[in-house]
Design a protein around this ligand. Structure first.
Ligand code: BJW
Length: 257
């Protein structure tokens, strides 16, 4: 794949690649996206139900909704795409850091043996106590009477550790600094419909977007220097290869100076 890396500027002795992934990365493993035509939310107004206000006002509805999401069928396979990202990071490790932040709330990364992926919007494998704010492993289904193992709260206090609309995503205290340091930002399989993640692209000069179909209109973001269309099983491997070639040749040039 031929990519013009003209805007990829390396100012640092150890460059950083920042990858932001979304539901499209898990889609080919059988996990539905949120907003796609067969997506989980195709008939819903999620910001009305998956929100902090709904959790306060009608927790039973939010519990029913999130339980149906967390109980959806297991993925059809462990995704080789996640392994590709993991291998990419290992192959560059002598001269470059790779940070992968996912918006996904599934555990495909962990199943594929890539535990260092950071979950911006939390995950369904862990629980959060609304009262004491501690997080701990999830036991079974989310029910009204589950008891927090730290403070003993119940009555819908033990909830999935997923970030709802109106709540603060995780990691925002360090993410901006890493985005500014990154020589390239890569967005993989996300619609760009949710903030602040949709604005992460603003902080990095070179930015690649990989998506099944690049939406036109309000979700098209002129800040991307490359837009690559197609299922990520076909598009991600050649992009990673091209990026690896570029970074390794720049590393060699630097060494020979
Ligand atoms: C493929 C493919 C294949 C398919 N190959 N591609 C402006 C600034 C700041 C905030 C806001 C703002 N405007 C509004 C807000 C508030 C709000 C927001 O964004 N609202 C929108 C409705 C506009 N955001 C929040 O409330 C966030 N918190 C917050 O802002 O805190 C305050 C704050 C202020 C200022 C600065 C910083 C902070 C919290 C957002 C929480 C999102 N949580 C969810 C739900 C999890 C729980 C649950 O599951 O029930 O997280 S929403 C849902 O969407 C989930 C996802 O992580 C997230 C993103 O979805 P994603 O991954 O992009 O999926 P899809 O389905 O949308 O797209 C998939 C894409 O894949 C598609 O494009 C396909 O084409 C593609 N695809 N197959 C490649 N094979």
């Amino acid at each position: 794949m031929n990519i013009d890396f003209g805007r990829l500027i390396i100012n640092d002795s150890r460059p950083l690649v920042f990858i932001l992934s979304g539901a499209g990365l898990s889609a080919e493993s059988g996990i539905p996206t949120f907003r796609g035509k067969d997506g989980l939310w195709k008939n819903l107004y999620p910001s009305e139900i998956a929100s902090d206000t709904a959790l306060k006002e009608r927790p039973e509805d939010v519990f029913e909704f999130t339980t149906s999401e967390s109980e959806r069928p297991p993925p059809v396979c462990q995704t080789p795409l996640i392994l590709q990202l993991h291998n990419f990071s290992s192959r560059l490790k002598n001269y470059c850091d790779v940070v992968h932040v996912t918006q996904n709330v599934d555990n495909l990364n962990e199943l594929a043996g890539s535990p260092s992926v950071f979950h911006l919007h939390g995950d369904f494998q862990s629980s959060l106590c609304s009262r004491c704010k501690n997080t701990f492993p999830r036991l079974g289904l989310y029910k009204k009477d589950n008891v927090c193992p730290v403070c003993g709260a119940s009555d819908y206090s033990v909830r999935p550790n997923v970030v709802l609309f109106g709540e603060m995503p995780y990691g925002l205290d360090w993410i901006t600094s890493y985005l500014k340091k990154a020589c390239v930002f890569m967005s993989v399989g996300t619609s760009g419909a949710v903030y602040p993640a949709a604005n992460f692209v603003l902080d990095t000069e070179a930015a690649i977007r990989i998506n099944f179909d690049i939406e036109t209109g309000k979700r098209k973001n002129a800040r991307f220097t490359h837009e690559i269309t197609g299922p990520c099983s076909q598009t991600l491997p050649p992009v990673l290869e091209a990026l690896k070639e570029e970074l390794s040749s720049r590393f060699e040039d630097q060494k020979n100076k």
